[in-house]
Design a protein around this ligand. Structure first.
Ligand SMILES: C[S@@+](CC[C@H](N)C(=O)[O-])C[C@H]1O[C@@H](n2cnc3c(N)ncnc32)[C@H](O)[C@@H]1O
Length: 237
C-alpha cells in the first residue's frame, strides 16, 4: 500500500495504516521522538487555558492512543470532561486503559463529520493529527463549528526547521533513520515512509495560521518548539 493523493483514498489509507500500527504506536512514538513529544503535548495543553473554564467539555481530535486526553483530564484543577475522537478504533482501544479512571469518552468518529452538537465544546486540541486529515480546510471548519464562541483551538504538529543546518540533520533523521527503525519495529515499512512525506506536504506555519483564520478563527498565533521541529498554533472561535 502506498500513501494516497487526497480525499477518500487518503482517508482510507490513513485509517487503515493507524489501525495496523496501533499496538506499537506508543512505543515507537516515544522512542523515535526521544520522549520529547511528552513535553510538547504538555505545552500544547497549557495553550488551551483550561483555567478559563475548568468544568468545560473539551475535544481531543485525532486522539489516537489517548496521550493528550489522559494528560488533559489529569491536569491539576481540571473538573470537566473530554471527548476523544479518532476514526481508527484500534488506536483508541490501544490507549483506553490510560483513561479508565478519568472523565474521558473515546468516540470513533471522522474529524470531517463529528457527531457533536454545534457550539457545544469549550475548547479543542489536535496533536499530530490535522496533517493526516484528508481535507485540512474542511477539518478546521468542522472544529470551528463544534466550538462555543471564544473557545480556544490548539494544534500541535511537526514543522520544518528554518536553520539549513538543523534542517539537514532533521531531514536525514526523518527520511532515513525514522523510516528504518519505525518500519522494523512496527512491521509496517510504508507507514513510517508516509510520515516524512505527510510532513513535507503539510503547509508551513504561516500558511496554516492563514488557513485557521480562513476557517473562522481569531487571535491566531503560533510558535516553534525544539529548533522548529514542531510548532503550536492556537486560535479562538
Ligand atoms: C499520529 S496519530 C496522533 C495521535 C495522538 N493525537 C497523539 O498525540 O499521539 C494521528 C491520529 O489521527 C487519526 N486521524 C487521522 N485522520 C483522521 C480523521 N479524518 N478523523 C479522525 N481521526 C483521524 C489517526 O487515526 C491517528 O490515530
Amino acid at each position: 500500500m502506498r500513501a494516497a493523493g487526497g480525499g477518500a483514498e487518503k482517508s482510507e489509507y490513513v485509517r487503515k495504516t493507524f489501525s495496523e500500527i496501533a499496538p506499537r504506536y506508543d512505543l515507537l512514538n516515544h522512542l523515535l521522538s526521544l520522549n520529547i513529544d511528552r513535553g510538547w503535548r504538555r505545552k500544547a495543553i497549557a495553550e488551551l487555558r483550561l483555567e478559563r473554564k475548568p468544568r468545560g467539555r473539551y475535544l481531543d481530535l485525532c486522539a489516537g492512543t489517548l496521550d493528550v486526553s489522559q494528560m488533559l483530564a489529569s491536569t491539576s484543577g481540571f473538573d470537566g470532561s473530554v471527548i476523544a475522537a479518532d476514526f481508527a478504533e484500534p488506536m483508541l482501544r490501544a490507549g483506553v486503559a490510560k483513561v479508565s479512571s478519568l472523565p474521558v469518552s473515546p468516540v470513533t468518529a471522522d474529524a470531517l463529520r463529528l457527531p457533536i452538537e454545534s457550539g457545544s465544546m469549550s475548547g479543542a486540541i489536535v496533536a499530530f493529527g490535522i496533517r493526516n486529515v484528508a481535507d485540512l480546510d474542511a477539518g478546521l471548519r468542522e472544529v470551528h463549528r463544534v466550538l462555543e464562541p471564544g473557545a480556544r483551538f490548539v494544534i500541535l504538529e511537526f514543522s520544518t526547521p528554518r536553520s539549513p543546518l538543523i534542517n539537514t540533520a532533521y531531514q536525514l533523521y526523518f527520511n532515513h533513520v525514522l523510516p528504518t527503525i519505525g518500519g522494523v519495529i512496527s512491521g509496517h515499512p510504508s507507514a513510517y515512509k508516509y510520515l516524512p512525506k505527510s510532513v513535507a506536504n503539510f503547509p508551513v506555519a504561516e500558511d496554516l495560521a492563514q488557513r485557521m483564520r480562513a476557517a473562522g478563527f481569531n487571535s491566531v498565533s503560533w510558535r516553534p518548539l525544539t529548533l522548529g521541529i514542531a510548532a503550536i498554533h492556537s486560535g479562538e472561535s
